[in-house]
Write a protein that binds this ligand. Sequence first.
Ligand SMILES: Cc1cc2nc3c(=O)[nH]c(=O)nc-3n(C[C@H](O)[C@H](O)[C@H](O)COP(=O)(O)OP(=O)(O)OC[C@H]3O[C@@H](n4cnc5c(N)ncnc54)[C@H](O)[C@@H]3O)c2cc1C
Length: 460
Amino acid sequence: MALSNDILSKLRDAIGANHVLTAKEDLIAYSFDGTAALRQLPGCVVFAQTTAQVSTILELANATKTPVVTRGSGTGLSGGSLPCPDCIVLCLVQMNRILELDRANLTLLAEPGVTTLAVADAAAGAGLFYPPDPGSMKISTIGGNVAENSGGLRGLKYGITRNYVMGLEVVLPDGEILWTGNKCVKDVAGYSLRDLFVGSEGTLGVTTKVLLRLIPKPAAKRTMVATYADMGLAAQTVSDIIAAQIIPCTLEFLDRTTIHCVEDFAKVGLPLDCEALLLMETDGHPAAVAEEAERMEQLARKNGALEVRVARDDVEATKLATARRSAFSALARVAPTTILEDATVPRSELVTMIRFVDTVAKKYQLRVGTFGHMGDGNLHPTFLTDERNQEEMHRVEEAFKEIFQEAIRLGGTITGEHGVGLAKKGILPKFAGDAQMRVMRELRRVLDPNRILNPGKMFD
Ligand SMILES: Cc1cc2nc3c(=O)[nH]c(=O)nc-3n(C[C@H](O)[C@H](O)[C@H](O)COP(=O)(O)OP(=O)(O)OC[C@H]3O[C@@H](n4cnc5c(N)ncnc54)[C@H](O)[C@@H]3O)c2cc1C
């Protein structure tokens, strides 16, 4: 059933008619996210400007049992912000102010629609550092990062979004506004609801403010590129670096297909005569950086690196990181449909996993480009395919099934950072098991008894 005129007129009264979209040509732009092959028109799109408006919208939706799909920039890769039929898409990109940068407590308070890059820039402007840097950071919102508990290129040393969330303002499905967390470094009063909302993929509440922890900027860094004639040798280098108890800031991997696509796209002078490339970055005290860089270079050479190149300066280092961040977009240019996954394994299993992905791609005769946050054990095998070719899509599905099964067998997980959303909800029960599924379902039922928030995502 389409959204009633009564609901639409109440929404217009609550937030202003110019903040409510209903024309089909407007809705099309909100009918998909970054996930391949998923599309659904919503009933309407609304742009909230304040927490009070979010509360009013949810109160109305709850009273009328109207589904609400919260949306940031729509860069999600598991279908999390894909609309459900006749839902309200609650888009928060216009709540995009940085409200406070507290230099005494090293915190930053932001509205959910602030981009990750704007958070990082604001921190840098105060001589501080906000480390989580998803590849999408130029456009992804901090609200989306919190909902997906996003990682980034620096996750290996600095952790993921969760590690920087000190507090949240959340609007519950019935419109009640809740604060959880604060500026205290230590706080053990009650359950940590903040941690429950981080990574809840828009299914438990709508985040309307985020209090983030900032840290001092590292004094020095060194960026290096190592190339290999064999992917397994690159993976072995990563495992060896971790086993040697070196935790660099970044250990990113690109295979041959990805290197060529990235170089075509970004033209940064990546070496092309290799099967794999590692982007390695160490940061911290200058003496520690120098020592770590030397040890990493030795391990890379011990594993047969063809070349180890050190970035000349910050400009070259930034170019290399930007090139790596463009990997998904670069691969997306060469095939009508790119389906990217984020199977993750313990770092000791990287060699097995990377070879397995290659074998599976050959078995199903699929073109694959693999890249990822290898230092986190987080790989992004990306199948270059065409959703119009149903027979090939079937092979892609079968290939992914095998990859996930192998990840689980190796002690890994079905998603390291992109979330469950729609894309992985079929395999979540197998991974999570009965007891976890029951607790998650019950938590959701208590917070959202009318099942209005992001219904059908994560689990039914
Ligand atoms: C090129 C590219 C590179 C990427 N690289 C990375 C990467 O390196 N690491 C990584 O982790 N991810 C990466 N991603 C995935 C994606 O960018 C992240 O998941 C990001 O956090 C999504 O932010 P968004 O604002 O686009 O959220 P959306 O896609 O709009 O929403 C994502 C989910 O969050 C929910 N949500 C959004 N805002 C709120 C809110 N305020 N309150 C409650 N729920 C909310 C939505 O309902 C949905 O379930 C990449 C994506 C692309 C396209």
